[in-house]
Design a protein around this ligand. Sequence first.
Ligand SMILES: Nc1ncnc2c1ncn2[C@@H]1O[C@H](COP(=O)(O)OP(=O)(O)OP(=O)(O)O)[C@@H](O)[C@H]1O
Ligand SMILES: Nc1ncnc2c1ncn2[C@@H]1O[C@H](COP(=O)(O)OP(=O)(O)OP(=O)(O)O)[C@@H](O)[C@H]1O
Ligand SMILES: [Mg+2]
Ligand SMILES: [Mg+2]
Lengths: 250, 250
Amino acid sequence: MRIIAVAMTKGGVGKTTTAVNLSHGLARRGHRVLLVDADTQGQCAKALGVAAEPTLTDVLLGEATILEVVNRARENLDLVASDHHLTKASLVIARREYDGHLALAEALAPVADRYDFAIMDAAPGVDAVAVNVLGCADDVLAPVALNPAALAGVFEFVRHVERVARHNRRLALRWILPTFHDLRVRQTGEMLEQLRTHFGGRMCTPIRVNIDLAEAFGWKRSIFEHAPQSRGAEDYGQLVNEVQAGSCVA
Amino acid sequence: MRIIAVAMTKGGVGKTTTAVNLSHGLARRGHRVLLVDADTQGQCAKALGVAAEPTLTDVLLGEATILEVVNRARENLDLVASDHHLTKASLVIARREYDGHLALAEALAPVADRYDFAIMDAAPGVDAVAVNVLGCADDVLAPVALNPAALAGVFEFVRHVERVARHNRRLALRWILPTFHDLRVRQTGEMLEQLRTHFGGRMCTPIRVNIDLAEAFGWKRSIFEHAPQSRGAEDYGQLVNEVQAGSCVA
Ligand SMILES: Nc1ncnc2c1ncn2[C@@H]1O[C@H](COP(=O)(O)OP(=O)(O)OP(=O)(O)O)[C@@H](O)[C@H]1O
Ligand SMILES: Nc1ncnc2c1ncn2[C@@H]1O[C@H](COP(=O)(O)OP(=O)(O)OP(=O)(O)O)[C@@H](O)[C@H]1O
Ligand SMILES: [Mg+2]
Ligand SMILES: [Mg+2]
């Protein structure tokens, strides 16, 4: 099971949109996928129209196993939902003296043969659950919105990943995914160049701005269900290719 | 001193853009303003080109007073910066048995006569610092991005505010600020109507999509400095009117 953390400290950069569409994209191609919502906002269940409980909190508090809380979201796609009680888990984890950062890794270990991919939708920020998400992952897929405020936080995020990588030796920032690529914005070219200069072959094909991606959420559908011919479906389809292949084609 | 928490659980909805521009807008009209960055991302200092330390963490850990950490950002505008160490403060606060939610209120009390407004830029989410931000405020100003995912979280946020209001009896969700108002998006009218139906006179004049707002951050300027004739300056100017007046004109 390849564990991919879709993570970025900045808010609203497309973490959930990416986690949901990457998960369903992989599932549609026959991979067995576990989508884990690790955000107090519980947006994955809403995005797919699936039950919002039981939740990851039950697992992180040691009251249930992953298999006892998964709900089937689509063919080949199971979801572990979250809700605002996840903050409680953050405190319990933070109080574990030495090994709190392993809570999520321990919870996922029993299902390692059941899924080909575990995709984690991280919350913005750097709290104990966010550190756990990085602490259990093989790869980090980092959505980077193409605006100055989001770019300002990228290198701090890289340092944050490096700190966690000292405990989790497998962890690699493998995918930089530019999002909200707006061809009408003059500065976009420069921002992409900045990212390419720093991240080289780790920069994936950008996701273009496409209102179908925002609307799909309202319809509780992935982009492949909601607008299969859209730019959003094309771009996330390309991301699925790159994740399957294990490296960016861009 | 009127304490306004610019807060919303959802990420990337314009909290920082609103806190920074509202603060500078009020300062330009002669009010004495304290802008408090309460987010581990430390974006307020970047947005205004001001020193990023000392920080709010020093205050919440009891190691400094607010006056010892403020930096002058503009005429009439002081800033308390933040950085990623703020997570430490979250844990310390959460461990205080009964009164952790008062930490920020206690820190602000000594400067109540020094400023007319304290504007807090909250982090997304619901951790102990976010609860403190609501716990010390008079008003909540909630930016609501006009997209389905952001709207999906509004009522949970309202319930979150109500929970904190049981401890902080002054707290009122006074301002609902629609953001990213995109006149080309067909669904926008319906989304505004939904908000107006629920929040009535508490709904402020929406902030329209305007690239100058995103670019201003890159130049370390407020919108009033960067593009005084822009839609962004007009719309945030109107918000300043409404906050000065104490109620929405919309
Ligand atoms: N390429 C895109 N084009 C248009 N809208 C998009 C695009 N990507 C995401 N969106 C929309 O932008 C909003 C923010 O995206 P999303 O919720 O996925 O970000 P996030 O990083 O998960 O936010 P948070 O930090 O709150 O968890 C959502 O309404 C989403 O549908
Ligand atoms: N009306 C607008 N038009 C265009 N861009 C905007 C507008 N409002 C904000 N932005 C830009 O959108 C991005 C997100 O806004 P901002 O950082 O203020 O949100 P936030 O809620 O503070 O995010 P976070 O949850 O990460 O703290 C920034 O690049 C900002 O400059
Ligand atoms: Mg999300
Ligand atoms: Mg912000």
